[in-house]
Design a protein around this ligand. Structure first.
Ligand SMILES: Nc1ncnc2c1ncn2[C@@H]1O[C@H](COP(=O)(O)OP(=O)(O)OP(=O)(O)O)[C@@H](O)[C@H]1O
Ligand SMILES: O=C(O)C[C@@H](O)[C@H](O)C(=O)CO
Length: 331
């Protein structure tokens, strides 16, 4: 049985809304950033990474967001365009806002952190009136990345995008994507995350992100099953909880649960696992695959990306994922 039914009468497969930033990943790895002298520039931002991942997997993708009126903003738009992503929903800020920067520190394969520069960033200046309703209406899926709820007017733009999606029968996928910067306090985070999660058909997050989302929901023993049951009482059809190298678990509204294992990886940096997993998982569901097969595909995408220096650049094409998975099937 197909786990999720996506609309078929829409020309676009996927549209994401939220952060467009620049990753500056340390070239001198396995040391603290204090000892790093050079970085490589990539397009970044969790929803941008996922949209790039979807496009690499031949899904017709678009983006709704805002970039700075500078070289970085133009680099981002050009990169999305070059990767087949419809950028008609990406606007340019004219207030002097800047591009968010994510400096990735790679102390060791398992000890990575991100230094975020996010003051006065363009992506959080997306106005509700700048959200393209027709673009959302023409897409099978809208992906909302939680950090876009961190500040107005982006917050209201995302809440309006959610209303458009529900109005036009576009499936909503909420990637919780909690990043502590920009938020004023955890209570604010939970309230706005709740507003998004209650309108979502598929919710993806780590255990910690769900704990942040559910901090007012009582029952301190927040286990994965309790979490899933709570969201099924709203719109959710699938709830996925990611557990790093322990894999993932998905719950479906039909009562089934599915454990996702991982593929061995020559880890360079752990960042990008969540975005690539999401792209592969969503791709699988949109092919009509079972949840377990979609999780497996997402895990393969994740292993490929964490074995690479970048996130966006490393998002794999279909044949690359298939070749990667065959290694383990033949073993
Ligand atoms: N070390 C690893 N080796 C192999 N697969 C991994 C590893 N870490 C994560 N994964 C895969 O990627 C999926 C998502 O990773 P994780 O749970 O770390 O999400 P995340 O915290 O959102 O990731 P990110 O670090 O990109 O924010 C996991 O469920 C697993 O399938
Ligand atoms: O989403 C961010 O702001 C950081 C990303 O750009 C970076 O690629 C990452 O952390 C992916 O998980």
């Amino acid at each position: 049985m197909v786990p999720v039914t996506f609309p078929t009468d829409k020309p676009l497969d996927f549209v994401a809304i939220g952060r467009l930033c620049i990753d500056l990943n340390a070239n001198e790895i396995n040391r603290p950033m204090e000892e790093t002298m050079t970085f490589t520039k990539y397009v970044g931002g969790s929803p941008a990474n996922i949209a790039i991942g979807m496009s690499r997997l031949d899904m017709k993708s678009a983006f709704i967001g805002k970039v700075a009126d500078d070289q970085m903003g133009r680099f981002i738009v050009q990169y999305l365009h070059n990767n087949g992503i419809d950028t008609s929903g990406v606007l340019t800020d004219r207030t002097g806002a800047v591009t968010g920067l994510a400096f990735t520190e790679i102390k060791s394969p398992e000890d990575c952190s991100i230094l975020m520069y996010r003051d006065n960033v363009a992506d959080l200046k997306l106005e509700p009136g700048e959200v393209d309703e027709a673009l959302i209406a023409s897409s099978k899926v809208l992906l909302v990345s939680g950090t876009a709820l961190a500040k107005s007017p982006s917050r209201e733009a995302v809440l309006l995008a959610l209303r458009y999606a529900r109005k036009h029968g576009t499936k909503v996928i909420f990637d919780i994507d909690y990043r502590p910067y920009t938020w004023t306090n955890p209570q604010e985070t939970a309230i706005y995350y709740h507003a998004a999660a209650e309108k979502s058909d598929i919710i993806i997050g780590t255990r910690e992100e769900f704990d942040m989302l559910e901090q007012f929901d009582g029952n301190d023993e927040r286990n994965d099953q309790v979490t899933a049951s709570q969201w099924f009482s709203h719109h959710a059809e699938i709830v996925v909880i990611k557990h790093g190298k322990e894999g993932s678990i998905a719950y479906a509204k039909d009562g089934s649960s599915h454990r996702g294992s991982i593929f061995p990886a020559k880890v360079i940096k752990t960042f990008g696992a969540g975005d690539s997993y999401a792209a592969g998982f969503i791709y699988g569901l949109m092919q009509g695959w079972e949840i377990s097969r979609s999780m497996e595909f997402g895990s393969a995408c994740a292993s490929i990306v964490i074995s690479s220096h970048s996130c966006s650049d490393a998002m794999p094409k279909l044949e690359q994922v298939e070749a990667f998975m065959r290694q383990f099937k033949q073993a």
